[in-house]
Design a protein around this ligand. Structure first.
Ligand SMILES: Cc1cc2nc3c(=O)[nH]c(=O)nc-3n(C[C@H](O)[C@H](O)[C@H](O)COP(=O)(O)OP(=O)(O)OC[C@H]3O[C@@H](n4cnc5c(N)ncnc54)[C@H](O)[C@@H]3O)c2cc1C
Length: 500
């Protein structure tokens, strides 16, 4: 019996929760039992009421059991009508209390379960990532489920020592002395890149020639007017020596200033950032007093990517592999893409150098393309009002953007843009042409239209006109839809954060 209970689904699910959460669930179960008793009590009282009514209709005194209850309630000497009314009120009172308590606890329970569901998902995911991936690959789904819930060992600790040999990493030693060996190590140690850069000394390829910013000030700003400031997009604004981001979250604004310390000192950059926070570039400009209460975090950035991100038995993913300034917010997306590439390569249960090379070429190419996209914002800039922008508009972005000595999936920017435009499906492609147009660089000139007409024996102008016409129709539809939509603030308030 004990074994049966221990192995039951409920008991095993409870093991996934912390002690505190288990106590909470026990309390919820007890409350549900109590509410059930309230229901039962109401039904019993209604039964008594029925018995009393029947006795009343028959002009008899109540039975012994009913009389005992009336005595208990101290109403046995009252009139029959009074007793009926009193029992009715008590029953109704129980039912009302039960209903109110049920609504309250069900709401709380649902919030608790929703939160727990996401915590459990990440817990299970982290357990899965702790599995030996090569073994996980050859398991069927039942085995994987078993591995996630039973067979995965989560080791939490700080890596203090890394032993290497010709296979790459031999073992990791944790601060408590535990030694960890594995077939494959995924280095997620952030900019420290403890395994790939630290232990295996893989060279780092900087993007400094195409991405000038190398530092950031970050700051969490409390809302002044949440409804107005919770804009449904990330706002990026170029200022003196770089650009600022505004990311509205439900509880606060995330802001930051990405700049280059080759052109301005961190202290002056901080001052410039404060001026930005007080300017009309913010939906609600902050006052000097408000800015003075804020905390600013200085973040030096290692911009670039390691020449190879999979070396021997180490795959670096995230900041340990590489970083591009967050103008395209591609950090987490890159992590996701790298993981998908890794999983896809690991489909082959036997890994050779070929697989590592394919992976490195794939993720390196993707990352370079991201870097080029971000770099275009600088390369096409027409600002020269500070030494930072002046340097950018006077420097040659070759190699990198123009002659692509950094190998990428594309050729020159112009060729890339032209190839995309040549098939006239530009709205299905990435944002290259939008960046270019925003920077007054018109990819589509009359000359190129003439060239296309000759090269593809089509009339590209008609296609462009048709595209513009369809776009205008779509724009009207989007406009109407947007007008019907609630504001982001209202939507989140009503549908997501309705507990506040
Ligand atoms: C200014 C800025 C703005 C950004 N904005 C965006 C954005 O808008 N969108 C986006 O998608 N991405 C953004 N990013 C990128 C995003 O923050 C990163 O891609 C992401 O946080 C990378 O996570 P990570 O796990 O690689 O590194 P980290 O978050 O740095 O995690 C590294 C972990 O390794 C642990 N560690 C280190 N050494 C040891 C050790 N010896 N033993 C055990 N553990 C160790 C650390 O404790 C830490 O938990 C931004 C980054 C910056 C700098």
């Amino acid at each position: 019996m004990f074994n049966y209970l221990r192995d039951s689904v409920v008991a095993r699910s409870l093991l996934l929760l912390s002690k505190r959460d288990r106590i909470k669930i026990l309390i919820v179960a007890l409350i549900q039992i109590f509410l059930g008793f309230l229901d039962l009590a109401s039904v019993i009282i209604i039964g008594l009421l029925g018995a009393l009514s029947i006795s009343g209709v028959q002009s008899q005194g109540p039975g012994t059991k009913v009389k005992n209850v009336l005595d208990f309630l101290n109403i046995s000497d009252n009139s029959f009508q009074y007793q009926c009314a009193a029992l009715g009120i008590v029953a109704a009172g129980f039912l009302v209390i039960k209903t109110i308590l049920s609504i309250f606890f069900i709401k709380k329970t649902l919030f608790f379960l929703a939160n727990k569901a996401s915590t459990l998902s990440s817990e299970l995911f982290s357990r899965m990532l702790n599995q030996n991936l090569l073994q996980l690959q050859v398991k069927n789904s039942q085995e994987k489920l078993f591995a996630i819930t039973e067979g995965v060992k989560l080791i939490t600790g700080t890596v203090t020592d890394v032993s290497t040999s010709e296979i790459g990493i031999d073992k990791l030693t944790l601060s408590d002395g535990t030694e960890v060996t594995a077939d494959l190590f995924v280095d997620c140690t952030g900019w420290k890149s403890m395994l790939l850069a630290g232990a295996l000394k893989e060279p780092f390829k900087s993007y400094a020639d195409i991405l000038p910013s190398n530092r950031a000030w970050a700051c969490q700003v409390p809302y002044v007017d949440k409804e107005k400031e919770l804009e449904p997009y990330t706002n990026c604004t170029a200022i003196g020596h770089g650009w600022c981001w505004n990311i509205p979250l439900w509880t606060r604004l995330g802001t930051g200033y990405v700049y280059s310390d080759n052109f301005i000192s961190p202290e002056d950059a901080k001052e410039e950032f404060k001026q930005y926070l007080m300017s009309d570039k913010m939906a609600v400009p902050r006052t000097q007093e408000q800015v003075d209460t804020l905390e600013f975090r200085d973040i030096p950035m290692r911009v670039g990517i390691h020449e190879r991100t999979w070396v021997k038995n180490v795959v670096a993913i995230g900041l340990s592999a590489g970083f591009i300034e967050p103008l395209e917010s591609n950090g987490l997306y890159s992590v996701h893409e790298f993981l998908l590439s890794l999983v896809s390569v690991l489909q082959r249960t036997h890994i050779t150098q070929w697989d590592r090379d394919v992976y490195n070429s794939q993720v390196g190419g993707t990352f370079n393309t991201f870097a080029e996209f971000v770099s275009l914002h600088y390369a096409l800039s027409i600002r020269d009002d500070t030494n930072f922008w002046d340097n950018i508009t006077s420097k040659t972005f070759c190699p990198g953007i123009v002659d692509m000595s950094i190998k990428s999936t594309s050729n020159t920017f112009f060729d890339l843009a032209w190839r995309k435009l040549a098939v006239f499906r530009h709205n299905e492609q990435g944002g290259l042409q939008y960046v270019a147009t925003g920077m007054h660089f018109h990819i589509m000139s009359k000359l190129q239209l003439l060239y296309a007409e000759r090269a593809f024996r089509q009339n590209p102008k008609n296609e462009v006109d048709e595209f513009v016409r369809k776009r205008a129709i779509l724009q009207k539809k989007w406009q109407r839809a947007a007008e019907l939509c609630p504001s982001l603030y209202q939507y989140l308030k009503d549908n997501v954060h309705n507990d506040e």
